[in-house]
Design a protein. Structure first.
Length: 72
């Protein structure tokens, strides 16, 4: 089994794609003076933060599950 499989792999790939679109929208928005693109890029930033929280919670759940199994 690899290090990143299942949910973690999907969350990481979505994080990379969403962060990439965030930077592209932010740069293109500033270059073209488009307030709509800049605003949408910050909306994408909130999605990036939500993906980080989701990844940390999945990682925490797996850690706590392994720790609980070892105690019994």
């Amino acid at each position: 089994m690899g290090r990143y499989t299942g949910k973690k792999c999907r969350l990481i790939s979505m994080f990379v794609l969403t962060a990439g679109y965030f930077f592209v929208e932010l740069i293109v928005g500033y270059v073209t003076n488009s307030m709509a693109l800049v605003a949408d890029s910050f909306h994408m930033l909130s999605d990036v933060i939500a993906l980080i929280v989701a990844y940390l919670s999945v990682k925490s759940i797996n850690f706590n599950t392994c720790k609980t199994k070892l105690q019994h």
